[in-house]
Design a protein around this ligand. Structure first.
Ligand code: GRF
Length: 221
C-alpha cells in the first residue's frame, strides 16, 4: 500500500505535532509527515519538525493582502505535497470555505472541548466559568461550519477538583489530546475513516456517536 502523505498545519507549541512525530517514528502511524506549515515564523513546532527531519514552510498570514490571498497561498502549498491527510494541530487561523471545500474528507482538526459545546476560543476558561462537570477534546473532520464538522473521536474527563485554566488545559492535553489525535491520524492513515456527506464512516460503518477513549487501541491509551 502506498504510504499515506500527511501535511500538518501549526501555529504554536506543536505538542500535537510531536505526538504525531513520535507515533510515526514508533511505527504506530503508517504515514509520512511530508511537510509542516506554520502561519507564524516563531512557532516552536517548526523546531520540533526540523529536529525530526521534516521539511517546514512558513506562510505568514500577516504578510498576505487578504484572508483569501492567505488561503490561496496555503492551499497551493498544501496541494503541492499531494497529501491524503491534512491535520490542523493548534493551527489558529480560520480557513475559508474554498480551502475547506478543496480538502474536504482529508482535513481534520482537534478542538479542546466536547463539541458541539464550546466552539471557538478560550474553551477551558468558559468551561470553568460555567461550572461544568465534564470537559474534554474532540477530533473532527473540518467542514465549512467553524468547529462544527462531524466528530470522529471525543475524550472526556470529569471535573471533580479545582482547576486553573492552565491546569485544566494541561490535563486535557496530556490525558486526551495527545492520545486521541495520534490515534485518529493512525485510523486516517490506514484508510479506516472517511467522511460521506456529513457522516463519519469508521471501518465501513457509519458512526452514530463519536468514538471514545475506550475505543483507543492499546498503544494510544
Ligand atoms: C491545543 O489545545 C489544540 O487543541 C488547540 O490549540 C492547542 C495547540 O497546542 N487548538 P499544540 O500547538 O499542539 O501544543
Amino acid at each position: 500500500m502506498p504510504e499515506t502523505r500527511v501535511v500538518v498545519l501549526i501555529s504554536g507549541e506543536g505538542r500535537n505535532l510531536q505526538a504525531f512525530i513520535d507515533g510515526v517514528q514508533a511505527g504506530l502511524i503508517p504515514a509520512r509527515i511530508v511537510r509542516v506549515i506554520s502561519n507564524r515564523a516563531d512557532a516552536h513546532g517548526l523546531e520540533r519538525a526540523r529536529r525530526a527531519g521534516i521539511a517546514t514552510e512558513v506562510i505568514a498570514h500577516a504578510a498576505c493582502a487578504s484572508r483569501e490571498a492567505f488561503d490561496a497561498q496555503l492551499a497551493a502549498a498544501v496541494e503541492a505535497q499531494r497529501p491524503q491527510v491534512v491535520a490542523l494541530a493548534g493551527f489558529m487561523r480560520v480557513l475559508g470555505d474554498d480551502f475547506v471545500h478543496d480538502f474536504r474528507g482529508r482535513l481534520i482538526n482537534i478542538h479542546p472541548s466536547l463539541l458541539p459545546r464550546y466552539p471557538g476560543l478560550r474553551t477551558h476558561q468558559r468551561v470553568l466559568a460555567a461550572g461544568d462537570r465534564e470537559h474534554g477534546a474532540t477530533v473532527h473532520f473540518v467542514t465549512e461550519q467553524l468547529d462544527g464538522g462531524p466528530a470522529i473521536v471525543q475524550g472526556k474527563l470529569s471535573l471533580t477538583q479545582q482547576y486553573t485554566v492552565e491546569s485544566l488545559a494541561m490535563r486535557v492535553m496530556q490525558e486526551i489530546e495527545l492520545k486521541i489525535y495520534p490515534q485518529a491520524l493512525a485510523w486516517m492513515a490506514r484508510g479506516q475513516l472517511r467522511l460521506e456527506r456529513n457522516v463519519v464512516w469508521f471501518r465501513d460503518r457509519p458512526l452514530a456517536q463519536p468514538l471514545t477513549l475506550e475505543d483507543l487501541e492499546a498503544p494510544f491509551q
